[in-house]
Design a protein around this ligand. Structure first.
Ligand code: SF4
Length: 594
């Protein structure tokens, strides 16, 4: 207990604000392994908040634990593309080798093995997180080696660095990924343009948010700048949780100065002095390198007071780490999380540009959007708008995974045809492409001439390829499990509806489903679309609707006679009645034509 008290005191010396509760809990857990009731109460008392607030945060985030964990916590990425690479067999193999059941902690080795949502390594899966560090390209041999290391009690710091090698896999670079970049050049260019001049360039560029919604960035920045109040914030949404998306991982790993300078340029335009980057918990391994980059930028006067010598241009950045909640990618849920609360979407309006972080005007932009702002500062809005289409300017980075020879990042001007991407990444016999993750759209070959653009096939970046031998019913079922797991529980249609959808698909998979379940699924999908509070619930029915419409045989072959299968044979039960009545004509039988 004394050790626990010391740890809590140590963490609170650096962070003593209730808005940092999530970070306090995360840092405490990194030292103690879990958040015991005593630890939770000590934190609550020191912060002056009810213990129930601490409990609600611990309960909400899947990477916070309210019971002891093993020294080694192993989480298998359960995205469909990891499954296609054999992750489930490897998961079972590891459980068997370690003589464990899913989720249990072994008393001797102090290890637990479980599944988690997509970890953003789809281009180099199957992947696992071992104490928050990503291990990629898992094979049966690698699983055996990890089991031996765990059994031998070898500290993770002594494991081969090859296990933790994460590659960028940039396969096609365009304006953003392909250009040479001089650190500080975009900031200097923005300062030379002036605040209004930079905003005007943003307007000319017609840059739209790369996180999926496609809102015009300049409108967001201007609305925030014009909102009443003295303090403003710039938030970079690096909670890249959409299964199949990993572009932000690469931007943060290899192009961080462009992201940070994009944040500073946004701060310059709107008059914000502080930025917050919300990094998804699955990318914990990027935290130290990103902190080091921030330090280097401060030393180079690219952050801090009077940036690049410009009097009055003060801006600095903090990094907050998420803790395994997909819904925090929704901008208002992300702000709740930044404020140290469970990440549940707010009721809007008001929108974050007027009432955001701590109730102050806040711009929330995606990693890629902010990186693109540096390009606009350097080359101007017109040059930027000269690429792509009229309504979708600039380039878009796609995270390509699944059945293709060259998974990785592909940057194209907007408007590229789906068939071009398929050709470039090396595919044959493609049955379907899921664009923009489970909440996106499932395209079949007759749609491959469509264009990736906001006006045709919009996307946050995921591009998952499924070959002819893939079972699209299982794809939809995997997505249904994802939505049921990630629903935040705030509104009833989504909380209950996603669970019912998952259960109905499981029933069909077990061979116990009928047309009744199909009708129910379609009804639920529509109900979710109309009545859910946020995008997660509104789009949760998309995969089942799409695959039922386009891959019906995958469902029909699993259905019981395609119709409801009664448990009682009513016609047989009426045999005695027919005997007494002396009738055996067709009309005396159930189901017979009159
Ligand atoms: Fe939460 Fe789902 Fe409602 Fe969104 S739709 S607020 S994820 S319960």
């Amino acid at each position: 207990m004394a050790a626990e008290g010391d740890v809590v005191a140590q963490v609170l010396r650096r962070r003593a604000n209730p808005t940092e509760l999530l970070q306090i809990l995360r840092e405490t857990q990194e030292k103690l392994g879990w958040i015991s009731p005593e630890t939770g109460r000590a934190i609550a008392s020191a912060l002056g908040v009810p213990a129930t607030r601490v409990e609600s945060v611990v309960e909400f985030y899947s990477f916070l634990y309210d019971r002891p964990q093993g020294r080694y916590r192993i989480l298998f990425s359960d995205n469909i593309t990891d499954r296609m690479l054999g992750s489930l067999a490897l998961f079972e193999h590891m459980l068997k080798r370690l003589k464990l059941k899913r989720g249990e902690v072994s008393p001797d080795d102090g290890v637990s093995v479980d599944l988690t949502s997509c970890t953003g390594m789809c281009d180099q899966g199957p992947a696992v997180l071992v104490n928050s560090r990503a291990v990629t390209r898992l094979t049966a041999r690698r699983v055996d080696e990890i089991c031996d290391l765990v059994r031998g009690g070898v500290p993770i710091a002594e494991w081969s660095s090859d296990y933790f090698r994460v590659e960028d896999n940039v396969r096609r670079a365009d304006a953003l990924l392909g250009s040479r970049y001089e650190p500080g050049s975009a900031l200097s260019a923005a300062i030379a343009l002036g605040r209004q001049g930079m905003l005007d360039e943003m307007k000319r560029s017609n840059l739209r948010g790369r996180g999926g919604a496609g809102f015009t960035t300049a409108v967001k920045w201007e609305s925030c700048r014009n909102a009443p109040g003295a303090d403003r914030f710039i938030v970079c949404n690096a909670d890249e949780g959409e299964p199949g998306t990993f572009k932000d991982r690469v931007l943060l790993a290899s192009y961080p100065e462009r992201v940070f300078e994009g944040m500073a340029i946004a701060g310059f335009v709107v008059g914000a002095a502080r930025g917050l980057l919300y990094l998804r918990g699955e990318y914990r391994y990027l935290l130290e390198p990103l902190m080091a980059k921030l330090e280097a930028m401060r030393r180079g006067r690219l952050l801090g007071a009077s940036i690049c010598g410009a009097q009055g241009f003060d801006f600095d950045i903090d990094i907050h780490l998420g803790a395994g909640a997909y819904i925090c990618g929704e901008e208002s849920a992300l702000i709740e999380s930044l404020e140290g609360k469970p990440g549940k979407p707010r009721i809007r309006p008001p929108f974050p540009v007027t009432v955001g972080y701590l109730g102050k005007p806040t711009v929330v932009n995606n990693v890629e959007t902010l990186a693109q702002a540096t390009e606009i500062a350097l080359y101007g809005g017109r040059t930027f708008a000269g690429r792509g289409t009229r309504r979708s300017s600039g380039t878009k980075i796609l995270s390509v995974s699944g059945d293709c020879a060259r998974p990785g990042l592909y940057e194209y001007p907007f408007g590229v045809r789906v068939e071009q991407v398929l050709k470039d990444c090396g595919t044959s016999d493609v049955a379907a492409v899921q664009v923009s993750g489970p909440s996106g759209v499932c395209l079949t070959p007759d749609e491959f001439r469509r264009h990736v653009a906001f006006e045709d096939v919009p996307t946050a970046g995921a591009f998952m390829v499924f070959g002819k031998d893939r079972d699209l019913f299982e794809v939809a079922r995997n997505f249904a499990h994802f939505f049921a797991h990630e629903s935040c529980g705030f509104c009833t249609p989504c909380r209950v509806g996603t669970t019912l959808m998952r259960d109905a698909l499981d029933k069909i998979a077990d061979g116990r489903g009928s047309r009744y379940e199909i009708n129910d699924l379609m009804r639920l999908a529509e109900l979710l679309r109309r009545t859910s509070h946020c995008g997660l619930g509104q789009t949760a029915g998309n995969p089942v609707r799409d695959t039922w419409a386009k891959f019906r045989p995958a469902y029909e072959r699993r259905l019981i006679r395609g119709e409801f299968d009664p448990a009682v044979d009513l016609d047989a039960a009426l045999a005695r009645a027919r005997e007494i009545a002396g009738r055996d004509d067709a009309a005396a039988h159930i189901g017979a034509e009159a």
